[in-house]
Design a protein. Structure first.
Length: 261
């Protein structure tokens, strides 16, 4: 396995996958997104891995899409979108849901947009008490079509999901716990140790039974998830073609209110 933007460490049956773009709060651009699409197949096929942990380098888990990369692309082609295709979006989401081994999100810092989606698609999410979780696609003129709208609706319910998605607001770690989005809230210094403790328990458990349990539950999740995901993905691609997207990205980077049409 060779990756530029993901650090992979495997020890004692546990693979720790670290998104390593701390200079942009681990935001994903097309190249790092492509690595996220294939890492789970690689780990599924690795017999040395029984459990995986997903985390971020530095002070953030993942800030979602890389806005600076998007701005550069939009400057070249105003209708160029994010550089990430619908097929890539599907591979990233379904790659996580189809990964058969237990997967724990060690949410060391803020998880925003796609970052929140990645965390919520994991089997368990251990979250820094100071972190926030949110999906503010709407604030840059986009539909949360990367799986966010679907997984928030599935976990928090339609009305709460619409409140967060349509207003672009964030949840504190404690609020996310109360909504059933995540599993545990711990102190900043306890995130990785707690995730590691759970991973060790899982790595020493009955692997066939554990994988069968996960695959069974995720099969139900996929059934609930698929229709909403496909509709929202198509809607996001449509919203990327609208001038509101370029305005939203510029406003976010310039830290000013957006002037949507």
């Amino acid at each position: 396995m060779s990756y530029e933007f993901l650090d992979i460490d495997i020890a004692d049956g546990i693979a720790t996958v670290t998104i390593n773009r701390p200079d942009v709060l681990n935001g994903l651009h097309p190249q790092s997104h492509a690595e996220m699409e294939r890492v789970w197949d690689d780990l599924d096929e690795n017999d040395d891995v029984r459990v995986a942990i997903l985390t971020g380098a530095g002070r953030a888990f993942c800030a979602g899409g890389d806005l600076k990369d998007m701005e550069a692309r939009l400057a070249v082609d105003p209708a160029g979108g994010s550089g990430i295709s619908a097929a890539s979006g599907r591979r990233a989401v379904y790659g996580l849901l189809s990964f058969e081994k237990p997967l724990i999100a060690a949410v060391n810092g803020h998880a925003i947009g796609l970052g929140a989606t990645l965390a919520l698609l994991c089997d368990m999410a251990i979250v820094n008490e100071k972190a926030i979780i949110g999906d503010p696609h709407i604030n840059i003129g986009l539909v949360p079509g990367d799986g966010g709208l679907a997984i928030w609706t599935l976990l928090a319910g339609p009305n709460r999901a619409k409140e967060f998605m349509m207003l672009g607001t964030n949840a504190s770690a404690e609020e996310a716990l109360a909504l059933g989005l995540i599993n545990r809230v711990v102190g900043p210094d306890e995130v990785m140790s707690t995730a590691r403790e759970l991973a060790e328990r899982l790595a020493n458990g009955p692997q066939v039974a554990l994988q069968g349990t996960k695959v069974s539950i995720n099969n139900w999740i996929k059934g609930q998830f698929a229709s909403l995901f496909e509709v929202s993905l198509a809607a996001e691609l449509r919203s990327m073609a609208h001038p509101d997207f370029a305005e939203g990205v510029s406003a976010a980077l310039e830290k000013r209110p957006a002037n949507f049409q």
